[in-house]
Design a protein. Structure first.
Length: 143
């Protein structure tokens, strides 16, 4: 049986340099640290994931890009990239309103002032509910 060192993998693939050297370089790399931060992973865990894929190139990725046709064949209700794009364009244009807060902010001149005002609500809504001062409980002063 052949000897397996730290660099070997079940299929015999090896890194060109020792794993410890590559690990140290990755741990010191500012881009790797930033990517780990963006992924909200500890740097050590992210580096180990990189090394795992480097040592096992045959390992399937955690995400797979599948053509629209293959997805539609599996499940016709799955939207295509074009359908998602159309939907997002309608959201951006205001044709599909997600919530009143999504309505235009009034700085764009392609929408009417009335639409902007409808997102803000009425003047009464902006004032809030009146409170009877006699019913307000006052807290004792803290010392």
């Amino acid at each position: 049986m052949a000897d397996h060192d730290a660099n070997s993998t079940p299929d015999g693939k090896k890194l060109r340099r020792p794993v410890e050297v590559v690990r140290a370089e990755l741990m010191a790399d500012k881009d790797v640290k930033e990517q780990a931060r963006l992924l909200q992973l500890p740097v050590e865990a992210y580096v180990e994931k990189i090394l795992d894929y480097a040592l096992h190139p045959q390992k399937p990725p955690q995400i797979q890009i599948v053509p629209d046709e293959a997805l539609k064949a599996q499940d016709p209700s799955i939207p295509t990239v074009a359908e998602i794009q159309t939907h997002l364009e309608k959201v951006i244009s205001g044709e599909i309103v997600i919530s009143p807060a999504q309505m235009r902010d009034g700085f764009s001149d392609d929408r009417t002032r009335e639409r902007y005002q409808s997102a803000l609500g009425t003047a009464d809504d902006q004032q809030g509910t009146p409170v009877d001062p006699s019913k307000v409980q006052k807290k004792p002063p803290q010392s």
